[in-house]
Design a protein around this ligand. Structure first.
Ligand SMILES: C[S@@+](CC[C@H](N)C(=O)[O-])C[C@H]1O[C@@H](n2cnc3c(N)ncnc32)[C@H](O)[C@@H]1O
Length: 309
């Protein structure tokens, strides 16, 4: 999976994510508006520091940061940083820093939309003797799990009968912990599709040209698996709750507006339908937001650790 996605000729080295699947970022500019609100809240909570860093991990082609930086009026205190394995795209706002690795430390907001689902993982299968083994890409079973993976599976995705499959989420937990550990003050948010113990299920799949396809390990498809969000060790909430608290509202505008201000009505209707897509049941609204505050008390949400169940 690592080689297929990020090797020299890997899928994400060549392909633009928005050409192959729809994320909250690519779905509508309403998402960037909400993230700009979040940045403003973090800025206030940090007491309007001289430098407010906004790091987007797995930034795609910088679409989210470009919009957020514009919405914030290119505030000279804001340092937008895109962390991305792909090359810097032509024409990107020169005010946006582009790098392959996370900065060592920073204060501000760390945002990662649909990053963790693309952090490579291994798949475990319980064999006929009750031993959990790695699934190889030719479909055969390989070595028994090492102790770290075995421990993770036992805690977060127990295998009960021969043939049971688990997607070993430990690399996501480690990637998230590493990213959060670099935030000296502020907020870290990962937005992704996921599951919890209540609805754990194998999800590994591929995407290409807007369609779900059999995952291929030759760099020709995206390869993705849902994130075991409860294992991240931080409060989680659904995107529809997270965005509602940031003012995203999918309600249609009142019909009277159509007579008093037809153009305004059409604009409001378009905004509402874009918002509705981000909030949709069985759609983007079901995505999880994993949230970690660092030194600040503020978030737009009333977070409860019990949401990690
Ligand atoms: C599914 S796309 C999401 C793009 C964008 N965030 C969005 O929501 O539309 C995942 C992106 O994460 C990038 N990525 C994955 N792991 C990464 C890592 N460790 N460092 C930098 N970029 C990474 C991939 O190259 C890809 O562009």
């Amino acid at each position: 999976m690592a080689a297929a996605l990020y090797g020299d000729d890997g899928f994400f080295r060549r392909e633009r994510p928005a050409d192959h699947f729809r994320t909250s970022v690519s779905a509508s500019p309403v998402f960037a508006t909400a993230i700009a609100q979040l940045v403003a809240g973090v800025d206030k909570a940090l007491g309007h520091p001289d430098v407010l860093t906004v790091v987007d991990v797995g930034a795609g082609r910088g679409e989210l940061l470009s919009q957020v930086f514009t919405l914030l009026g290119r505030d000279s205190r804001v340092r937008p940083v895109a962390v991305e394995r792909a090359e810097r795209p032509d024409g990107l706002d020169p005010g946006i820093e582009w790098r392959a690795d996370l900065p060592d430390e920073f204060a501000g907001l760390l945002i990662a939309t649909e990053w963790l689902d693309n952090v490579p993982l291994d798949v475990a299968v319980l064999d006929q003797d009750g031993v959990a083994r790695y699934l190889l890409d030719d479909g055969e079973l390989g070595e028994p799990l090492d102790s770290a993976d075995a421990h993770w599976v036992e805690r977060w995705w127990p295998l009960r009968v021969p043939g049971d499959v688990a997607e070993i989420g430990l690399p996501r937990v480690q990637a998230w912990a590493d990213a959060v550990g670099r935030v000296t003050a502020g907020l870290a948010v990962a937005v992704d599709y996921g599951h919890t113990m209540a609805d754990r299920r194998p999800t590994l799949t591929g995407f290409r040209d807007g369609r779900e396809v059999e995952p291929r390990f030759d760099g020709s498809t995206d390869i993705t698996a849902h994130v075991a969000v409860d294992a991240l060790g931080v409060p989680v909430l659904k995107q529809r709750e997270a965005l509602a608290a940031l003012g995203v509202d999918g309600a249609r505008p009142p019909l009277e507006l159509a007579t008093t201000d037809p153009a305004g009505y059409v604009r409001a209707l378009s905004r509402a339908s874009q918002a509705a897509e981000l909030l949709a049941e069985d759609g983007l609204g079901d995505h999880w937001w994993a949230v970690r505050t660092v030194t600040i008390e503020w978030t737009p949400w009333r977070l409860s650790q019990s949401w990690t169940r």
